[in-house]
Design a protein around this ligand. Structure first.
Ligand code: GLV
Length: 381
């Protein structure tokens, strides 16, 4: 490949650059990966209606959500461990998002801490929260996000327990491996010297920056992942959402809603937005795809809360499809991490510019000059 043309090409480049265990963690999903695949397949099934002679000489891809103007209806999703895929990846991605004019969301379990990201950019980024058993730690982290003037809080609710990912198990994550397997793994890491230099040498410290003091420097991705399974609180309920609502003053977005009744409860509890999501097919395998559940959630709460979606978005055409079914914007997770793993900050900018070009072209060919012109009528029945 002489030049990457699409997000899938960036995926290919990331695969070549990352140790297999890292790539599989990023790329994979839960159990049989049926939901992971459904997210993509159900998007691809939606046909857009080609329309002609509509004067599309002036296109505007911007949207305003939660009082914030975005140049594209896209948000960089929170991705745990991103800083293990590229050197200080959260900082690189936040800078790229700023260049393109969209929000970046920092994960609770990112490698870079809130303050490091804050220093790197001048526009507000968003912060994602996992509920931890220790509410003191949660309170503290929220006050740091508030101090950093994060533009929104994304509270992820679809991970009370960690989904079982066969690829991670097969790669020996969290398992004490026999010597021969360890040698094989070491050989695989050794075959990725540019990653070792970029991340292993220049990307230190490789720990959860937001949780310094709470979690020790872990020796491996598996060890950190294991820590999350003990620290996250599976007893979390709607009452906790009320508690967070009472202490977080800015926009509050609930991520991981896949059911219309849950969406109604979220809106009633004061969530300003929600993300229709199955965690990128990484949690409940056999759950429906995000895009297939989007319309009924929009019908249930779209007039009361801002409905966003993620899961399988890889192109501007996919963004068009999701907006057509009522999403106000999409989150992308793997897509930006492929970009940063392949080519750092420039790779994320390039992924976003690729998607922007695709979105503009799709808008022109369906006869939509503005994001607001994209509605259910643009889907071919
Ligand atoms: C964590 O959020 C994961 O999906 O691995």
């Amino acid at each position: 490949m002489l030049a990457p043309a699409s997000v899938s090409d960036y995926r290919e480049l990331a695969k070549r650059r990352l140790p297999q265990l890292m790539f599989d963690y990023l790329d994979g999903g839960a159990f049989e990966e049926a939901t992971l695949q459904a997210n993509r397949l159900d998007l691809q099934k939606l046909s857009l209606k080609q329309k002609v002679l509509r004067d599309v000489s002036s296109l505007d891809t911007s949207v305003t959500l939660f009082g914030q103007k975005m140049e594209l209806p896209l948000i960089l999703a929170p991705v745990g461990f991103a800083g293990m895929m590229a050197r200080r990846a959260e900082v690189q991605a936040a800078k790229a998002a700023q260049t393109v004019g969209i929000p970046f969301t920092l994960s609770t379990v990112g490698i870079c801490p809130i303050e490091e990201v804050r220093r790197a950019v001048t526009t507000p980024f968003w912060f994602q929260l996992y509920m931890m058993r220790d509410r003191g730690v949660v309170r503290e982290i929220l006050s740091r996000a508030q101090a950093a003037q994060c533009g929104a809080l994304v509270f992820t609710v679809d991970l009370p327990v960690l989904g079982t990912r066969y690829r991670d198990i097969r790669n020996g994550m969290g398992v004490k491996l026999p010597l021969f397997s360890r040698l094989r793994m070491a050989a695989n890491f050794a075959s990725r010297p540019s990653w070792i230099y970029d991340v292993g040498v220049k990307g230190q410290p490789l720990t959860f920056g937001n949780l310094a003091g709470v979690v020790q420097d872990a020796k491996s991705l598996g060890a950190l992942l294991h820590w999350t399974t003990t620290a996250l609180d599976p007893s979390v309920t709607w009452k906790d959402l009320e508690w967070i609502r009472s202490i977080w003053k800015g926009p509050l977005i609930l991520k991981g809603v896949l059911d219309a009744d849950d969406a109604k409860e979220a809106a009633a509890t004061g969530a300003d937005g929600l993300v229709v999501s199955n965690h990128g097919g990484r949690q409940l395998d056999a759950a429906r795809s995000s895009i297939s559940m989007l319309p009924r959630i929009v019908d249930a709460v779209g007039d009361r809360t801002v409905v966003l979606m993620d899961g399988g978005i890889r192109s501007g055409q996919d963004v068009t499809r999701a907006l057509a079914l009522g999403a106000r914007a999409c989150l992308i997770g793997r897509a930006w991490v492929y970009g940063v793993a392949a080519k750092g900050e420039a790779g994320v900018v390039s992924v976003l510019e690729t998607m922007k070009r695709e979105l503009r072209t799709s808008m022109a060919l369906i006869g939509a000059s503005r994001i607001g012109d994209i509605n259910r009528a643009v889907i071919e029945s």
